[in-house]
Design a protein around this ligand. Sequence first.
Ligand code: NAD
Length: 357
Amino acid sequence: MLQSEFELTVNPTRIVFSEGAISRAQEMVEVLGCKRALVLSTPEQTEQAESLAASLGNCSAGVFNNATMHTPVDVTVDALRVYENSRADCTVAIGGGSTTGLGKAMSYRVGQGQIVIPTTYAGSEVTPILGQTENNVKTTIREAALQPDIVIYDPELSYGLPEAMSITSGLNAVAHAVEALYAKDRNPVASMMALEGAQALLEALPDIKTKSDSVVGRRKALYGAWLCGSVLGSVGMALHHKLCHTIGGMFDLPHAQTHAIVLPHALAFNEFAVPELLSPLANVLGSDSAGAGLFTFSQAIGAPLSLEELGMPHSGIESAAKSAIQNSYWNPRSFDQAQLHRLIENAFYGRMPETMG
Ligand code: NAD
């Protein structure tokens, strides 16, 4: 059905997508009009970062390899010191959402040009959103200038992403698509991208589970991640993202796994209010219900299903429901604390999701 009213701003990031595209990093530094790029990575991806820096030749200003989950401000300050001492004029972040976050946090302070080479499916590289942590408090900033200038998608770099991380990172991306499908400010372009992105990932993940370096699977997953990240950056999210932010922050749970577990439950709950917006996704899943279909899909590919397994305490069900009800935010369906308690409890035990209609 054609949406009768909408507004949208087109995503300004330049996308370079191909196997082997990492070899174009130096060319992209020059496209930015820059001369010296500081390469960013986590400690675990130092080897990849050093090899990238070597390939940049004279355009390399070295490597800063201490990107850290949740973007702590003290790490950003260290990185900026290295950036200034090395006379760099742009950054190239290679890695997942944590490394991309560091590049954005630096840009928030000094406005340098940003190139990102993603190696997970988190999607941060195509959003204007920065989450950073100071004194244990995580804040989120949304500003157009934070959006990276160029993204190099090279599927070959994700061949080594471990199976479990591939699955949870892929489902984290699907979560962006699900909430874009019923977003308050949804638009026809975002809805098409969301459905195409979710479908690409739902087709790719079983393929990757069978063969981690499946060329077609990895290409499709990264393509899906780009689309899902793009809609995260362009329309508002709702209950699912709010719950994951609350639960993940309260109990220090891993980001992608928390999304993977909560998603079928938030989806089933919202599906009751907007079945027509989610029926295309149910079709992709081959099910009458998107929520139940996604839960069955997650079971089949061995995704984590229970928050208890992630280490959340049982007492956390009530405290998370209480906390998540406090700040108001838009959702396609209104809810009360008892419903949130039940939703979180189902996710805690890994039960089949309920619509609670
Ligand atoms: P991550 O970046 O923390 O990576 C997890 C680990 O996997 C790291 O050690 C990393 O080096 C390693 N890794 C990454 N790619 C690899 C590969 N191909 N092979 C082997 N190891 C690899 O995890 P993530 O899930 O990508 O990102 C999570 C973070 O991103 C969270 O802090 C989240 O809040 C943020 N995020 C932000 C946005 C946004 O728009 N601002 C969007 C999504 C996620």
